[in-house]
Design a protein around this ligand. Structure first.
Ligand code: 5GP
Length: 128
């Protein structure tokens, strides 16, 4: 069965898309730690990030870099954290999280509750 992220990429499940190219897809995390919290995923469905072939892993990092630049410019954060963790979804993903303090990247924190309009506004800004 396709992962939830493959179904998002295929357009079967809606998302707030931030960007894509032929190999990678970026969209807002539905349970964000901060406004602009984005997930970057490969279009090929591989569970474990380090099982990606070298070229795909390198390409995914460069794709994440381009999205991180937009997150930084749009949110004005000090840095964008790049985090790989979690066992919930068996489809490799990188979290990009706007960061002003290290506490901003604490996954035990309560997640933001954003309205659909807020998600849409952020996604529109990031996809410019
Ligand atoms: P992890 O495997 O990193 O623990 O969790 C997967 C991440 O994907 C979580 O941060 C979760 O909020 C996010 N997520 C899970 N399902 C969906 C979804 O259907 N849409 C979006 N946009 N994000 C999701």
């Amino acid at each position: 069965m396709a992962s939830i992220f493959s179904r998002i990429i295929a357009g079967e499940i809606p998302c707030y898309k931030v960007g894509e190219d032929d190999r990678f897809f970026a969209f807002l995390d539905i349970n964000p730690l901060a406004k602009g919290h984005t997930l970057v995923v490969p279009k090929c469905e591989v569970d474990y990030l380090f099982d990606l072939d070298d070229e795909t892993l390198a390409g995914m990092t460069l794709f994440a870099k381009s999205i991180a630049a937009k997150i930084k410019a749009t949110t004005g954060c000090k840095k964008v954290a790049m985090v790989v963790l979690g066992l919930e979804v068996a489809h490799a993903h990188i979290h990009l999280i706007p960061m002003n303090t290290e506490n901003d990247v604490d996954f035990r924190k309560e997640k933001l509750k954003l309205t659909p309009d807020e998600f849409s506004e952020i996604a529109a800004e990031l996809s410019k």
